[in-house]
Design a protein around this ligand. Structure first.
Ligand code: PLP
Length: 309
């Protein structure tokens, strides 16, 4: 727990000193939202998109965020600036998790039980992106027996702190010697992974489940769809059964921390050659490049803003 800083409602602490109330509804009911962003050379990639998605999540769970997104933005960078001052290696890269809860209060669901405004926590810690070796090895993915939450019950488009559905699928996959899991819906269609979106490639066509099946609108997913378009690779956002994954030439997952990461085995059986595929490698390379391009643009925009002052 070293090298971690935690901002609790504006006060920055080391990990061992940061505390929240046991009466926080995030703790009592999972009544919270969160986002995860990763920095590249000191810039949190697509941070505005993450904060916009948090606003959308808040709408979906009838929560008033309580603070403007500009405040979360500046508090993230303030916590990050302190993180970079910690002794040790040069910390330009970090993982940032921002959580907002509906508040602290008496036990009970009613809004009249809540005694505080929404509470927030920002955790900044070293990021651990996968190594090249891990990328080359890829992931063994289980197609979970556990169903993804139905959007009519708990909409996966809302990035809430209630992650038991994904967490149980993950633990169950681990218990069966798989690295992670992807879940189907009650129609038997693949939806998304525990903390990632999923793509497969067959005959040079990229396929991924559509948003309206009930998945998170992944920020990396969006970028990958754009990149595939630039590569001239057809993209189909379609419903498909689990069997389709067995016929895939390549499968990969997308997420802000792992970026584009190959799935080389499904339920222990190799996908294609059992090695990361050519197109997966190319998309991953282009995605990484696009991250640095965005960072360069943001850095220039910040410089021009500073000059104009
Ligand atoms: C359920 C789920 N799907 C997809 C994603 C990927 O989203 P993003 O690419 O915005 O990180 C996440 C990220 O945490 C997730 O939890």
């Amino acid at each position: 727990m070293q090298n971690i800083l935690v901002n609790v409602n504006g006060d920055i602490h080391s990990a061992d000193k940061a505390t929240v109330s046991v009466f926080d509804r995030g703790y009592l009911y999972g009544d919270s939202l969160y986002e995860v962003a990763r920095s590249y050379d000191g810039i949190f990639l697509h941070l505005d998109d993450h904060l916009y998605r948090m606003e959308k999540s808040a709408e979906l769970c009838h929560m008033v965020l309580g603070q403007p997104t500009e405040l979360y933005h500046s508090e993230i960078y303030r916590t990050f600036a302190e993180f970079r001052k910690l002794p040790g290696h040069a910390k330009t890269e970090a993982y940032c998790r921002i959580l907002v809860t509906r508040g602290v209060g008496k036990i009970g669901f009613g809004l009249n039980c809540i005694l505080t405004p929404t509470q927030y926590v920002i955790i900044v810690q070293p990021v651990e992106p996968p190594s090249e070796e891990q990328f080359n090895h890829g992931m063994n993915l289980q197609i979970s027996k556990r169903l993804r939450n139905d959007a009519r019950a708990l909409d996966p488009a809302m990035k809430s702190g209630n992650y038991l559905n994904s967490l149980l699928a993950y633990l169950e996959a681990n218990a069966q010697d798989c690295d992670d899991a992807v879940m189907c819906n009650s129609d038997g269609h693949i939806t998304e992974g525990t903390t990632f979106n999923i793509f497969y490639i067959r005959n040079n066509i990229l396929a991924t489940p559509p948003l309206d099946i009930g998945i998170l609108d992944g920020i990396t997913r969006r970028q990958v769809i754009r990149i595939a378009g630039e590569m001239g690779l057809p993209v189909r956002e379609v419903r498909f059964p689990r069997e389709r994954m067995d016929e895939a030439d390549e499968v990969f997952m997308t997420g802000s921390v792992k970026e584009v990461f190959p799935i080389t085995r499904i339920d222990g059986k190799p996908v294609g050659s059992g090695k990361p595929g050519k197109l997966t490698r190319e998309i991953a390379k282009r995605y990484r490049q696009s991250c640095w391009d965005v960072v360069a643009l943001e850095r220039n925009a910040k410089k021009s803003k500073a000059h104009a002052r």
